[in-house]
Structure formats: structure tokens, C-alpha cells
Write a protein that binds this ligand. Structure first.
Ligand code: AKG
Length: 416
């Protein structure tokens, strides 16, 4: 789908749009200068000196003068699990060596973990997401192409960039020959559901496409239980592919080491309508999605419908370029909060946070941290290996890993 031009003159004051749609238009508008002071940024919070019941109060002041009260909650021991910054004293943790979560009362159930992943873990996760975007995990491209057995990344890393990738048989028969722009894909509600739209980003049936050309068209990969983005249901009969180990560990340990009692407050608060007492012990991510964004991509506001009743945490990590994440309420009429997400940030939507609209209208240009550049050396990688990942990111990529815990629901209700 081609992106609409969003110059101020191109559309009149959008009086009939919901608050969420207005915010999406504002942040997508590349014709106006970007005002990042309007996006929630943990680096611009003034924290109180005193602690109250294990929480520290802070005030975030937006560039337009509005203020947001937030709370900081110290995390459990993430270092033991190999994630968390406390052991590495990473950048951006100027005021506290402990890992912490931020609770924003305006969006109940939203928990933000600024720079929770050390730099070397971010690099390893980038590698893992790209390497696992292949069979038996499903990507949006599988429907369209007979992808290389080693996956697109595997083929690219093996120097097969110029190899032609054949169209899938059914696609050849039904191909429409769309030759729309290859950038600016708008992934629609529930993100990757817009698999059809990705044809806008690929060549017509008669043209050939190479590994090199196809790699930037990769938009999502399923991991764990298979989610069918067309029917919007989990296909449990297809079985479960084990989650890649680092993705699994990061998601599980973030959820388990979050002090949910202090996050949700006491049991009388409205946001505490669910039982989170078992998450620290039982949280076991077993289904998820990796979103691969290029610079002009966006993800339209949505609620993750398949698990609309679920309360257990949806854990999400950002890697690569920074972005603007919008999160609102249970209707699009609720004005969303814009959050600046940087590489290494974590986010959870839990409890009633699982029912709120969210989306990602903008990936930010020139925001790739130095430690993810192709020129960065990391002893965990052969120099050439990281160079390839770095080059992929430098072209404007952002990767989002998000995980859900379906097992609990399956055990409780086998017909789910
Ligand atoms: O990319 C992100 O940070 C958000 C992804 C998301 O909302 C989703 O996959 O449902």
C-alpha cells in the first residue's frame, strides 16, 4: 500500500478522526519537523528523592507543558539471567545502577523498562531474530515465495545475495502483478495481518527477485505456536516450534523478575482485577512474533484480538532504530501517549493493558546507536558476521520481538 502524503495542506483538520488516528497522523507526518519533546522519554523525568512503598515518584514534563506522574519500581535480579544493565552499567542509566520499571498510571497495565538489555544482548538478539526467520517458523514471505532452505538471512550470510528466489506456485497462478512502492508499508491492525499488502513491496510475478532484494521486504516471522494472521487464530494443531533460546530467556526473565505487586498496587485498585501472583514463578512465553520494520514502515493501532481476554504479560523488546510507540485506552477515542522507544528498551502490556489500543506510527531516522553499527566489533561475532547485521540495521531497520504466554490458557481451557 502506498503511503498518503501527509502535508498539512493535503487534508483538512481531521475533526471526524478518533484521538488515536489524529496522533498517528501527527507522528507519521514527515513533512513537518519532528517534535520529540512530545514523546515520553525516561531521560526527561525528574525523580523525587523519597521512596514510597518501594516506588519512587517522578514527573515527566512534555514540551507542550503537560505533566505526567510516573512511578519507578526496582526490578528483581536480572543480571543472574544474563539480561539487565546493573552488572554492565550501560549508557543511559545515569541515576541508578539498578534495573527499573516505569509505571505510567494513565495507561494501566503498561510497564516500561528503559534500556533493560545490555548492548551485547541486543546484538545477539538481532542475530537470533534474523537467523530464526525461516522454516519451521513462518514469515509473511512464505506465502509468496519458495524461500531458500537456510532462510533469507542464511542465504544472504552465505554470499547468495544474487540468487533468484522463485515465486510460490499458488502465487504465480494468482499473481496480480502489483508493482507498488517497496517502502512505506503500513502493517495494519494486529500488524502483520496485512500480509496481502506486502505485495506492494514485491515485484510482479513475471519479474525475478533475488535474496538481496527480498531481505528488506521481510516484515514478520512467527515463533512458537503458529498464529494465522489471516484468520486471526492460533493454529495449535500445527504444534509448537521451540522459541529461540535468547528470545525465550529475555522474555521469560523480564516477566518473572518484574515485581508485579508493586507495579499494580494493592489488590483493591481497579487495575488489579486479575491474579498476577503466579507470573514470577510460572510465566513461560511460548508464542510470539518478530516484526521487522524498515524506515518508512508503520504499524496501525490495534488490540491483540486473539488474546483479548488474556491478562498475562505481553513482553516486547525494541532493537535497532528508535521509534514512536502510541498506547491509549480500550477505545481509539482515548488520546494515546507517545513513547520514545530506543534499542534495548522493554515493554509489557499486562492485565487490562492487554486490551488497550497501541501502534507504531514512526521509525526514527538516524537513531541507530553506535554499538549496533556495522563497524562495531563484538568478540561474540566473527567480524564479518556482525558487519552484515550492522549493515541490515543501518539501512533503517527496527526489530521488535514480542512474546505471549498461551500455555496457561491452554492448560485451563483445551478448547481455547
Ligand atoms: O513494534 C512494536 O513495538 C509493537 C508491535 C505490536 O504492537 C504487535 O506486534 O502487536
Amino acid at each position: 500500500m502506498s503511503r498518503k502524503k501527509c502535508t498539512p495542506a493535503a487534508f483538512p483538520a481531521p475533526t471526524n478522526l478518533t484521538a488515536f488516528r489524529c496522533a498517528e497522523r501527527l507522528w507519521k507526518d514527515r513533512a513537518r519537523p519532528l517534535d520529540l519533546s512530545l514523546a515520553f522519554d525516561p531521560q526527561h523525568i525528574s525523580w523525587d528523592a523519597a521512596r514510597l512503598e518501594g516506588r519512587t515518584r517522578g514527573i515527566w514534563r512534555a514540551g507542550d507543558g503537560t505533566e505526567e506522574v510516573v512511578w519507578r519500581v526496582t526490578m528483581g535480579d536480572l543480571a543472574a539471567a544474563g539480561i539487565g544493565q546493573s552488572r554492565w552499567k550501560g549508557k543511559g542509566r545515569e541515576d541508578d545502577n539498578n534495573d527499573y520499571a516505569i509505571v505510567i498510571p494513565r495507561v494501566p497495565g503498561l510497564v516500561f523498562f528503559p534500556r533493560i538489555l545490555p548492548e551485547h544482548v541486543q546484538r545477539a538478539l538481532v542475530a537470533e531474530t534474523l537467523q530464526h526467520a525461516r522454516s519451521p517458523n513462518l514469515t509473511q514471505l512464505d506465502k509468496l515465495y519458495d524461500l531458500p532452505r537456510e532462510g533469507l538471512w542464511g542465504a544472504w550470510a552465505a554470499g547468495k545475495g544474487d540468487e533468484v528466489v522463485p515465486r510460490a506456485v499458488e502465487e504465480q497462478e494468482g499473481a496480480t502483478g502489483s508493482t507498488g512502492p517497496s517502502s512505506g508499508s503500513q502493517m495494519c491492525a494486529a500488524g502483520p495481518a496485512s500480509i496481502g499488502r506486502e505485495r506492494d513491496g514485491v515485484k510482479s510475478a513475471r519479474e525475478t527477485v533475488t535474496v538481496r532484494e527480498l531481505l528488506p521486504k521481510l516484515r514478520w516471522a512467527n515463533v512458537g505456536f503458529h498464529y494465522n494472521w489471516t484468520t486471526k487464530v492460533y493454529e495449535f494443531e500445527r504444534g509448537c516450534v521451540p522459541l529461540p533460546p535468547l528470545i525465550h530467556r529475555c522474555c521469560r526473565d523480564l516477566a518473572r523478575q518484574t515485581p508485579w505487586d508493586r507495579i499494580f498496587g494493592d489488590s483493591k485498585t481497579p487495575s488489579r482485577s486479575h491474579d498476577c501472583s503466579t507470573w514470577a514463578r510460572d510465566y513461560e512465553p511460548d508464542a510470539g512474533l518478530v516484526n521487522f520494520y524498515q524506515l518508512k514502515d508503520s504499524l496501525t493501532s490495534h488490540v491483540d484480538q486473539a488474546e483479548v481476554d488474556a491478562v498475562s504479560p505481553l513482553v516486547s523488546f525494541s532493537l535497532g532504530h528508535s521509534s514512536i510507540f502510541l498506547v491509549g485506552g480500550t477505545s481509539r477515542d482515548v488520546p494515546p501517549l507517545a513513547i520514545l522507544l530506543r534499542s534495548g528498551d522493554g515493554l509489557c502490556l499486562a492485565g487490562e493493558g492487554r486490551r488497550v489500543y497501541h501502534g507504531l506510527p514512526r521509525v526514527l531516522e538516524d537513531s541507530l546507536p553506535d554499538y549496533l553499527l556495522a563497524s562495531h566489533s563484538d568478540s561474540a561475532f566473527e567480524a564479518d558476521d556482525w558487519r552484515l547485521f550492522g549493515e541490515y540495521l543501518e539501512r533503517g531497520a527496527r526489530i521488535n520481538v514480542n512474546r505471549r504466554d498461551l500455555r496457561g490458557r491452554l492448560l485451563k481451557n483445551p478448547n481455547f
